[in-house]
Design a protein around this ligand. Structure first.
Ligand code: 3PY
Ligand code: MG
Length: 263
C-alpha cells in the first residue's frame, strides 16, 4: 500500500504541518498539497461543501505530495468508512468526549476483526494500491478531537485507547466549553493549561497531539509547547489575511487587526 508519509514523519518525532480545505475547489486543494504541507485535511464539519465534493477535494490533495485526510461531520462509522473509501489516509473526528466514543472512532477506521469498517475500498484501492485491505488498518491515522470540558475530564482514558493515533485539539470549541471567547491569541490561561495537559497526557500514552491554530505565530508557539501536528488556519483564513495585508500595503493603511479564529 502507498505509504502514509505523515504517519512516518510523526513516528520519526517530526513536527508536521497540516493544511485545511474549507472551499469546494479541487484545484485549490491540489495547490495546498504542493505548498510544502505534510498533510491536507478536507473539512466536512465546517467546510462549505458536502460529501460529493469531498471526493474531488481528496483527489486534488492526492495529486500532490501531501497526505490526504478528512474531518468528518460527526462520529458516524458509515460516513467515516465512506471517507476512507474516498481515499482519506487519516480521519479527524470532532467532539470525542468519552472513551467509548474514542473506541468507536478507532473501530470505524479498521476492518474486522479489529474494527467495524465495511469492505468497499473504492478510491482507497486506487490511491492506496492493490494490497489496501490488508494494510489499511495499520496505515490510516485516527485523530480524536478534544474540544470540551467533558473530554478533558476523560482525557486519560481517551489517550489510552488502543489504536488511536492521536488527539487533535479544537481550541475554539474548547475555549467556548471553558467559558472563554474563541479565537483569542494569546490563549486564555485556562485554555493554555488544558493544552499543556493534553500534550503531556498524549505523549505519556505514546500517541501524538495535533491542534488547529489561528495563524503561523500561534502555530510556532504551539509547536514549542510540544504539539506534533499544526494547522495554521484554513485555506480561506490564509487567503483573506494575505489579501488584507496586500490591500493595506498598497493603500499604506494600517495592517489588518489579526486575532481571528483561524476561519
Ligand atoms: C475548533 O477550534 O473547535 C475546531 O474544531 C477547529 O477547526
Ligand atoms: Mg471544533
Amino acid at each position: 500500500m502507498r505509504e502514509n508519509l505523515l504517519k512516518r514523519l510523526l513516528e520519526d518525532n517530526s513536527t508536521t504541518i497540516n493544511g485545511w480545505v474549507s472551499v469546494d475547489s479541487p484545484y485549490l486543494s491540489e495547490v495546498l498539497s504542493y505548498s510544502g504541507l505534510n498533510s491536507v485535511t478536507v473539512d466536512l464539519q465546517h467546510g462549505m461543501f458536502g460529501f460529493g465534493a469531498a471526493v474531488g477535494l481528496l483527489q486534488g490533495v492526492s495529486a500532490g505530495p501531501a497526505t490526504p485526510m478528512a474531518r468528518c461531520v460527526t462520529l458516524d462509522s458509515a460516513t467515516i468508512g465512506k471517507l476512507l473509501d474516498a481515499g482519506a489516509y487519516g480521519i479527524i473526528c470532532p467532539a470525542i468526549d468519552t472513551v467509548e466514543q474514542a473506541r468507536a472512532l478507532v473501530a470505524a477506521c479498521r476492518y474486522p476483526p479489529r474494527g467495524v469498517r465495511s469492505f468497499g475500498p473504492a478510491r482507497g484501492l486506487l490511491y492506496g494500491g492493490s494490497d489496501y485491505v490488508t494494510a489499511a488498518d495499520s496505515t490510516i491515522l485516527s485523530w480524536a478531537m478534544i474540544e470540551s470540558v467533558t473530554a478533558l475530564a476523560n482525557l486519560d482514558e481517551i489517550v489510552a485507547v488502543p489504536g488511536l493515533s492521536g488527539v487533535f485539539v479544537g481550541p475554539n470549541d474548547l475555549a467556548l466549553s471553558l467559558g472563554e471567547r474563541p479565537g483569542q491569541w494569546p490563549l486564555p490561561a485556562t485554555v493554555w493549561a488544558a493544552l499543556e495537559r493534553i500534550v503531556s497526557a498524549s505523549h505519556s500514552a505514546g500517541i501524538k497531539a495535533g491542534i488547529f491554530c489561528v495563524d503561523a505565530e500561534s502555530a510556532r508557539a504551539l509547536a514549542e509547547l510540544g504539539f506534533d501536528l499544526l494547522t495554521p488556519g484554513t485555506d480561506v483564513s490564509i487567503l483573506r489575511a494575505a489579501v488584507e495585508d496586500r490591500v493595506a500595503a498598497i493603500r499604506d493603511s494600517a495592517p489588518r487587526q489579526g486575532g481571528g479564529s483561524g476561519y
